[in-house]
Design a protein around this ligand. Structure first.
Ligand code: ATP
Ligand code: MG
Length: 288
């Protein structure tokens, strides 16, 4: 049963793929989210950053309907998922693809079987040939062709990510959720994963939601970053604005991550940041 009656839909900007509307979440007496509001725009990459225990994973679980808000609403394509029954939720969940931390491949299955897994679960009508073609095509698109019969243990970290992403794309999602996609990877591999997130967005037109502790990656891929601290969004905006804007908490959080202006100037971003302008802005913002 829904925890609260449906309310008339607010005016949701058409570019909002996901609108998180004043969401609170408690587990027993422990209030974890204290009124989160976020507009996640279609075909953009939103990166959720924040300290350990801030509520990021809880927020993700709410987005994909695994938990219900204690109050507030989550609108996906203009539909309130908080009032949906399990059947309707399953329809909405099909819009999502998940790419898990460390790729979460099943070690006892080949690459082919790992990637085919969602089709075997959710596309039972597909013929053997259709499954094979879809899996092989996707592996080729993602640059891991010819690895079908390998076991996950025979892949590099970057290849595992590609295979995990191929699996996440099997059901043609509109929204891709990445949980810590670069954690545990060396910087060149992280950069490659960032490129992959960007290419995937361009190629498939997906909206991407990324949870990350990796500030260099956030600068490379985020259109919007949301800084969550103790269950509240304390700052949001393009990462350069957070790093060098008026919000002191955001500036300090980013500075503490070790990403200073010199580091950013070496980050080859997709957002076309002007490194020199950034350095000047930061010198101003930091009063140097
Ligand atoms: N199912 C649950 N039952 C009770 N408490 C929970 C549950 N899920 C999360 N919490 C609590 O919510 C708080 C936030 O947890 P969450 O996993 O969302 O943090 P996080 O931001 O993802 O942290 P990290 O960066 O360490 O992964 C924690 O205090 C956690 O104990
Ligand atoms: Mg977490």
């Amino acid at each position: 049963m829904p925890s609260q009656p449906p309310k008339p839909p607010p005016t949701i900007p058409p570019e909002d793929h996901i609108f998180v509307d004043n969401v609170k979440k408690s587990f027993g007496k422990n209030q974890v989210l204290h009124g989160i509001t976020m507009h996640l725009r279609r075909k953009e990459t939103a990166v959720i950053i924040g300290g350990s225990g801030a509520g990021k994973t809880t927020l993700l679980r709410l987005l994909i309907g695994l938990e219900k808000p204690t109050s507030g609403h989550i609108w996906i394509d203009g539909e309130d998922i908080g009032v949906m029954n399990e059947y309707e939720l399953n329809r909405v969940r099909q819009k999502f693809g998940m790419v898990y931390q460390y790729a979460a491949l099943l070690d006892s299955l080949t690459v082919f079987e790992n990637v085919a897994f969602p089709l075997r679960e959710h596309r039972k009508h597909m013929s053997k040939k259709e499954v094979r073609d879809k899996v092989v095509n996707m592996l080729e698109l993602l640059g891991v062709k010819g690895k079908e019969n390998h076991m996950p243990s025979e892949l590099s970290g970057g290849q595992r990510k590609r295979v995990g992403l191929a699996r996440g794309l099997m059901l043609d999602p509109q929204i891709l959720i990445y949980d810590e996609p670069t954690s545990g990877l060396d910087p060149p591999t992280s950069r490659m994963v960032d490129d992959l997130i960007e290419e995937t967005r361009d190629r498939f037109g997906v909206t991407s939601v990324v949870i990350s502790h990796d500030m260099a990656s956030t600068f490379r891929i985020a259109h919007q970053a949301f800084l969550v601290i103790q269950g509240r969004v304390v700052a949001h905006g393009p990462p350069d604005e957070l790093a060098f804007g008026d919000n002191e908490v955001a500036r300090e959080f980013i500075a503490a991550s070790g990403i200073g202006p010199d580091r950013i100037s070496r980050v080859d971003t997709h957002r076309g940041f002007n490194a020199k302008a950034l350095e000047e802005a930061s010198a101003g913002a930091l009063g140097k």
